[in-house]
Design a protein around this ligand. Structure first.
Ligand code: GCB
Length: 650
């Protein structure tokens, strides 16, 4: 977690040369016999600091007393982006500090039992957050897409108090050293702009939604507790091997027992101590959706910690879902459990009407149901890590994930310095720490379309990729490139090459007839140079739902479909050689900054922003089910329409 000064866009070079390796685990807060949790969702008090330097909140110390005492407040839902909830256009495009506050009532045991640890966990605050509890500064975090937490026991266990006031200041400003990067540009020509006029510029294609985007949770553990669990798996002749490493905080003297439960509730293996190997004969492997009749098989690893104290034994329990599977890459294949895996999927965004990037269960289920309806087996978390709840559901449903860092839009030379690199390395550590145990995650993506032709970019990406591989040797690493950039500086170091291309969209407008030639050339060049498996990680065209034109013209649903069809002809040849996947851009229409290129956002979705299908969704659905059937589709048990294994559909 990076510590920062509280300035407006003050991001000093504090990370320069600092040692990496994060302290502490980031286990998802789960209830267990020793752990309770309380989600602080709902309405929070909110105020944007519209003062000229955006520092009034700090100057007047808004965190010292209830927010309503320092001025008017709004009611703001959490989780949600703040931008689209109200009718105030100034708030929609606001740049700077916003303040959230919420009183939390705590169970008496939490405030009186000093053997209980009370932790405040913020799932995602975009982008830079400072946290106070009862007016006391407790945490600071930089990075809008990964969780951070702080032990607040000492602050809440101080007397007969049963509530605490949580204040979170969040700043959405992006600078050349944030991830993603951006710049603040002051317009000084007073004949055109008012005094102190500035804008936030970015080099990515989605709206910079901000706020408390994911659940804010209070949870407890005993004071001696299971801090982190690291699980990797392999398979030896049908026997599943589960390697675990568990770290404990709060005591040096403890007993640790480990049990592995199957889905029927039987213990299939057990061990003891902080590290070991569990063996599961005839293991049920974790398989992707439609690759096995029982996809996504999850065991549960139960860690039981016992510590002897003067007051008697204290225990902590943590239950971690575990999928036993292997991932490997050859020069032309991506293998899951030793079998060739073809990514049939989508790129997504965390994006929806009103809530922006705010986490929402109905939206998550709808998206997952649409993926299954499509017959898709994978998606990429373009262009930043998604909510943990999304990853958990992918584990449960067998949807394979390429887990991407927020390294998008790195195109400025100022972003290729040590400060930015240190931050990027740290973000990769936070990402791996959070998602390392998800069987659904099969590959890390360190960046999307960086301008790697800039001088120091070679060193930057070599270091970044090597560091990510060292953090997690069990998964391949990729780097998403775009033919428009000279991106082969990353390619020598990655395991899989991900290529984005927009033939007959961003050039050769309307000329669908050139796609086959250009796409075949793209694949052949990349493969000839690197001999690595390739994923077509983006392709697509904008289509405004309900716009029709035949013969196809750009922006019509017909054009979007025809463009995909041209790509598919080439993909069908090259997937027999070394292409191991295709991910459409994009799953759904999404909001972007305003420009003459975008009509209320990017319209390359095969679903609208409201998740209604365009023509291309039906085309893709037919293709994905056909591909699934080719490799021996295994329909999920709950699908009565499936007519045997050779020909199933939704
Ligand atoms: C890309 C980017 C993606 C954009 C997309 C587009 O190459 O990776 O973020 O949204 O193109 O539609 O232009």
């Amino acid at each position: 977690m990076a510590r920062r000064a509280a300035g407006l866009w003050a991001l000093g070079p504090l990370l320069w040369g600092c040692a990496l390796a994060l302290r502490g685990g980031m286990l998802y807060p789960r209830e267990s016999p020793s752990r309770e949790r309380k989600e602080l969702g709902g309405l929070w008090k909110f105020r944007a600091d519209f003062s000229e330097n955006r520092r009034q909140g700090f100057e007047q110390q808004w965190y010292r007393a209830p927010l309503r005492e320092s001025g008017p407040t709004l009611d703001m839902p959490v989780p949600s982006s703040f931008n689209d909830v109200g009718q105030d256009g100034r708030l929609r495009g606001f740049v700077g500090w916003v303040w959230y506050e919420r009183e939390a009532v705590l169970p008496q045991r939490w405030t009186q039992d000093t053997h209980t640890r009370v932790v405040l966990r913020i799932g995602s605050a975009h982008y830079h957050a400072i946290v106070w509890v009862n007016g006391v500064h407790v945490a600071e975090h930089e990075g809008g897409h990964l969780p951070f937490e702080v032990d607040i026991s000492k602050l809440v266990q101080v007397g007969p108090m049963s509530s605490c006031r949580i204040t979170i200041a969040v700043n959405n400003t992006l600078t050349p050293h944030t991830l993603p990067p951006g710049t603040i540009v002051y317009e000084t020509d007073t004949s055109k702009y008012p005094n102190n006029y500035f804008v936030q510029n970015t080099h990515f294609d989605f709206f910079n939604y901000a706020g408390l985007h994911r659940p804010v949770i209070l949870y407890t553990t005993p004071t001696a507790y299971i801090d982190d669990i690291d699980v990797t798996t392999s398979v030896d002749q049908g026997t599943g091997l589960v390697y675990y490493q568990i770290s404990i905080q709060g005591s040096e003297h403890f007993e640790l027992e480990v049990f592995l439960w199957d889905e029927k509730g039987n213990i299939v293996a057990q061990g003891s101590g902080g590290r070991g190997q569990l063996q599961v004969p005839n293991a049920h492997l974790w398989w992707p959706y439609l690759m096995h009749e029982h996809p996504a098989y999850l065991y549960t690893l139960e860690a039981r910690l016992t510590v002897q104290t003067a007051a008697g034994d204290v225990s902590d329990f943590y239950l971690l879902p575990v999928g036993i599977r292997t991932v490997a890459v050859t020069k032309n294949q991506f293998l899951i459990n030793g079998k060739p895996f073809y990514f049939r999927g989508v790129n997504k965004h965390e994006d929806a009407d009103i809530r922006g990037k705010g986490f929402d269960w109905p939206l998550l289920m709808k998206d997952l149901n649409l993926l299954r309806w499509l017959g898709a087996n994978a998606f990429r978390t373009s262009h930043y890590p998604y909510a943990e709840e999304v990853m958990q559901l992918c584990d449960q449903y067998g949807v394979v994930v390429i887990d991407e860092s927020p390294g998008v839009g790195i195109v400025l030379s100022q972003s290729y310095n040590n400060q930015s690199l240190q931050h990027h390395l740290e973000v990769m550590e936070e990402l791996v720490r959070r998602d390392k145990n998800h069987p659904a995650v099969v590959m890390w993506s360190v960046a999307n379309e960086p301008a790697s032709s800039l001088g120091p970019a070679g060193y930057y990406f070599k270091t970044l990729i090597a560091h990510t591989k060292a953090l997690d040797p069990s998964r391949p690493v990729t780097f998403v490139t775009n033919s428009k950039y000279d991106a082969d500086l990353g390619a020598p170091y990655v395991d899989v090459i991900c290529v984005n291309s927009y033939f007959s969209w961003y050039h050769d407008f309307g000329h669908l007839e050139v796609i086959q030639l250009q796409l075949a050339t793209q694949f052949e060049n990349w493969y000839k140079t690197y001999q690595k498996p390739i994923i077509q990680s983006e392709y697509g065209a904008d289509a405004i739902s309900g716009f029709h034109h035949d013969p196809p013209l750009m922006f019509s649903e017909e054009y979007q479909k025809s463009l995909l069809e041209q790509y598919h002809l080439v993909l069908d040849q090259k997937r027999k050689e070394y292409v191991v996947g295709e991910l459409i851009w994009n799953f759904a229409d999404f909001m972007t900054d305003q420009s003459t290129f975008r009509v209320l956002g990017n319209k390359k979705g095969i679903f609208t922003r409201q998740r209604q299908p365009k023509g291309a969704a039906f085309l893709l659905r037919e293709r994905y089910w056909k591909l699934a059937n080719e490799t021996g589709c295994h329909p999920p048990a709950e699908k009565p329409q499936c007519l045997g294994k050779s020909h199933c559909t939704w």
